[in-house]
Write a protein that binds this ligand. Sequence first.
Ligand code: ZN
Length: 177
Amino acid sequence: MIAVLFVLMKVGIHINRNLVYTLPNNKILFIRPEALAKMHQYKQVKWRDTEAGGILIGRILIEDGNYIIDEVSEPMLTDKRTRIRFIRKPDGHQEYFNKIWKREKGTCFYFGEWHTHPQRIPVPSRTDRKEWNRLINISFEADFLFFIIIGIDDFKVYCGSTSGRKILELNRRYELG
Ligand SMILES: [Zn+2]
């Protein structure tokens, strides 16, 4: 549904070192702090807070093949949200993607999904893994899709290889920054 485009990033990126991850192919994934801040707004700190989520939008940098998550969509009214479940509907998220895609002149693409958990340290549920496996088995052109779970004290980043069909938790790298 969305074409993968390799684009030249002309601007220098200053990335917080906590947001740098190594991928199985030794490339690097950056998460823009603004994108993370947006997701962190939905942390389920209060007992009544429901799960939230959205899509990840990013780019592959042409000069080194590294990945960056630039933008994330936020929960839409049509999404199903309970304390322990988030079901994303296409409505709104697709329009959000289209808006960014237009603004970036087609240089960004769908990178995966994020959602929150009412856990201090989030652990993917069986439903999460099932859904992620379904997504990486749909033929995307990118080598990877990413899945982020925002817990109360920490967040986790997973990477699904669309060729190897495997989902791995990514480790944060601290030596860069
Ligand atoms: Zn979940």
